[in-house]
Design a protein. Structure first.
Length: 87
């Protein structure tokens, strides 16, 4: 009966090196992706939904949009952000 240790030792050293390199590359890319945005200071944002962002909350006419921007400025400050889509 073959144990798991005999199966592991049957692989050659090249396979383990390739596996280790792929694992480390994936790990560091994952960490870089997850922590790259954490240091940025973004301005306050309007409420947003996944995929569509703040689009459902925007008014449809230009006059309403101007009033909306003025009221948002009073609530959020001189600089604020809108999310238009998923990113």
């Amino acid at each position: 009966m073959a144990s798991i240790f005999t199966c592991i030792t049957e692989f050659s050293m090249e396979y383990w090196l390739v596996f280790g390199a792929v694992f480390l590359t994936t790990y560091f890319l994952y960490r870089r992706h997850n922590f790259s945005d954490s240091g940025r200071k973004l301005p306050p944002a309007m409420p947003s939904l996944p995929i569509v962002g703040s689009l459902p909350f925007l008014p449809t006419t230009m006059q309403d949009l101007a009033e909306f921007c003025i009221s948002s400025r009073n609530k959020l400050g001189k600089i604020f952000s809108l999310r238009l889509g998923s990113k």
